[in-house]
Design a protein around this ligand. Structure first.
Ligand code: NAP
Length: 280
């Protein structure tokens, strides 16, 4: 092995555990600090986990900002999702063993760290033959997408769903799950210089139609519904005009679910749509 590589590996294996810690709420770039953290040996039902990967979700940032509904006690390590490998277990632990891959059972674990000490019940074992990135992002967005598609309308093959922010992590999971169920998706995205490559990427995932917010407003949208039924379900991640326009295309008696507010603008409902089912 190259000496430099050997050095890096030794440094990694003996490095003190570190975490992205915040002591007060505020802008993440201002309040997050990379710090050494204490990770003692596990006792009773505790498990020591070495993190492999942890994503940054919008809700993680909202939690640091202090604007999320669930807030941890401070100081806290950021991050709610991720995958780690079990390094050590205490004597009463029975559901996982060293070498297993684990993900958080719920929000608030503090996954932006190299290593952590968690209770056994806060962890769920996952297969270790899936990709690290897939395991690290399994619990929040794909599960949300599945529930968005199954909890509000009984959809059948051939039904149509419309969504905005379709290139978001949730949106991409919606596309893939809907495609596997034979449900047609109309996917709204914001315009951008490399739009065609985004369109192709979403089509590769199974998107039937990818349109921009501007196209959503055009009268030609009606032509689409000569070939497809109007959507039974609209999934709103944005707010503002995007939502109002999407709602205009919903089938009579259909449902719009708001699960995100990326534009930070209120949801305005056209009078013509009153009487539809709106879930937030
Ligand atoms: N309620 C729940 O249980 C639940 C669960 C999971 C996620 N969420 C929420 O779902 C939302 C998406 O999460 P995610 O992890 O999938 O996000 P993400 O992968 O980071 O994607 C963010 C999306 O928002 C779009 N966007 C950002 N700013 C926008 C704006 N001003 N106007 C229109 N679109 C904008 C982005 O489009 P561009 O590419 O054009 O920037 C992108 O499509 C967040 O609000 C999150 O909190 C809710």
């Amino acid at each position: 092995m190259w000496p430099a590589l050997r050095l890096v590996r030794r440094q990694l294996s003996t490095a003190a555990p570190r975490g992205l810690v915040y002591e007060k709420h505020g802008e993440p770039s201002q309040v997050l600090r990379l710090k050494n953290i204490e990770v003692p040996s596990p006792t009773n039902y505790e498990v020591r986990v070495k993190m492999l990967a942890a994503p940054i979700n919008p809700s993680d940032l909202n939690m640091v900002q202090g604007t999320y509904a669930l807030l941890p006690q401070l100081p806290a390590v950021g991050g709610n999702e991720g995958v780690g490998v079990v390094a050590e277990v205490a004597n009463h632990v029975s559901s996982v063993r060293p070498g297993d891959w684990v993900i958080p059972a719920d929000a608030g674990l503090g996954t932006w760290c190299t290593e952590g000490l968690f209770s056994e019940e806060a962890l769920v074992r996952v297969p270790s033959d899936i990709s690290v990135v897939g395991a690290a992002t399994l619990s929040v967005n794909p599960c949300t997408a599945y529930r968005l598609l199954s909890d509000y309308e009984t959809l059948r093959p051939g039904d149509t769903v419309i969504q905005n922010a379709s290139n978001s992590s949730v949106g991409q999971a919606v596309i893939q799950i809907a495609a596997s169920l034979g449900i047609t998706t109309i996917n709204v995205v914001r315009d951008r210089p490399n739009l065609q490559s985004l369109v192709e990427r979403l089509r590769d995932l199974g998107a039937d139609h990818v349109i921009t917010e501007e196209q959503l407003r055009k009268p030609e949208m009606k032509d689409l519904f000569k070939n497809y039924p109007r959507p039974r379900l609209a999934l709103n991640c944005v707010g503002g005009k995007s939502t109002t326009e999407m709602l205009r295309h919903l089938d009579y008696g259909g449902t719009m679910v708001t699960y995100g507010g990326m534009a930070k603008q209120p949801v305005t409902i056209p009078v013509v749509s009153i009487g539809y089912s709106i879930n937030e």
